[in-house]
Design a protein around this ligand. Structure first.
Ligand code: HEC
Ligand code: HEC
Length: 237
């Protein structure tokens, strides 16, 4: 609980910080009023402002690509996928197993965005704008593994991926079916947690049911191998 409280206060602090750092840039330093306007416009995607104001930054980092702990990177995903997941998490349709602190995986996010009285601090229009903003942000950088996979392990992972995952998540995990998530380059621990939550029928929102048959027989070693492999795919290439 302590950890959660501290995450939420970090979130609040981050908003305060953002409010200050988000002040309009000084137009005097610009060569003309027009270019000052252009820069302002570019900087101020309405979704970006909301991303900062709604404290998403505290947990998902700059542009959604620098998440803290084992939280998911959310940049560069299909807009509809992002919006739907936010709604499902806030409505409780999407839940998760408990994390290493004994709190449900979605609790940090619901704790930050739902008041103690149960009021959701973000509406559908705001979700849409944030989702559009995040979908346009560059994907996260790859976080190298402590022990890189061997050539043989990569080959084994590719084979398993092709057999069990590729039909939906696409070639190289980069070209999924429409509005399905891109799983290449995602945080390894997050991938493992999600695959297990699907396998154990804990995450049951959206179209995830279609995935169940493909993961139910995977062993812990196979899930670890797939997650290691997927986490190392560089989406910027
Ligand atoms: C206090 C931390 C916290 C805050 C603040 C927060 N989130 Fe999250 N978010 C999480 C965690 C943790 C998860 C993963 C839940 C799980 O593992 O099941 C998550 C999941 C998500 C997902 C699903 C990702 C996926 O790949 O399925 C999206 C999208 C998302 N958050 C967007 C946002 C947006 C937008 C905001 C601001 C409006 C926000 N989050 C605020 C912690 C947070
Ligand atoms: C039959 C289609 C299908 C197959 C095959 C499939 N998945 Fe999925 N997967 C999905 C769908 C659909 C979602 C998103 C569900 C939603 O909209 O909530 C998903 C979500 C995920 C997520 C969560 C992504 C996130 O950002 O939260 C991970 C991780 C994942 N799949 C990994 C895998 C792996 C690994 C395999 C192979 C072992 C696999 N999937 C096979 C359909 C599939």
């Amino acid at each position: 609980m302590n950890k959660l409280t501290s995450i939420i206060s970090t979130a609040i602090l981050a908003t305060a910080f953002v409010t200050v750092s988000n002040l309009p840039i000084d137009p005097v330093s610009m060569s003309s009023k027009a270019s000052a306007e252009a820069v302002k416009k570019k900087k101020r995607h309405p979704g970006k402002r909301l991303y900062l104001r709604k404290t998403c930054l505290a947990c998902h980092g700059k542009g959604g690509a620098r998440s803290i702990q084992n939280y998911p990177n959310v940049s560069g995903q299909p807009e509809k996928y992002i919006a739907q997941q936010i709604k499902d998490i806030l409505s409780g349709k999407r839940v998760g197993s408990n994390d290493e602190n004994g709190a449900m995986r979605t609790a940090p996010m619901t704790g930050a965005l739902i008041t103690p009285e149960g009021k959701v601090r973000i509406n559908d229009e705001e979700i849409k704008q944030i989702a559009n903003y995040l979908s346009l942000q560059p994907p996260a950088k790859v976080k190298p593994l402590e022990t890189p996979l061997s050539e043989d392990q990569i080959k084994a992972a590719q084979k398993l991926y092709k057999k069990k995952c590729r039909s939906c998540h696409g070639k190289g995990a980069l070209k999924p079916l429409k509005n399905y998530p891109i799983i290449a380059g995602q945080n390894k621990a997050y991938i493992i947690a999600q695959v297990n939550d699907v396998k154990n029928k804990i995450r049951r929102n959206g179209k995830i049911k279609t995935m169940y048959g493909m993961v139910k027989k995977l062993t812990d070693e196979q899930i670890d191998l797939l997650a290691s492999y997927l986490s190392q795919i560089d989406r910027s290439k």
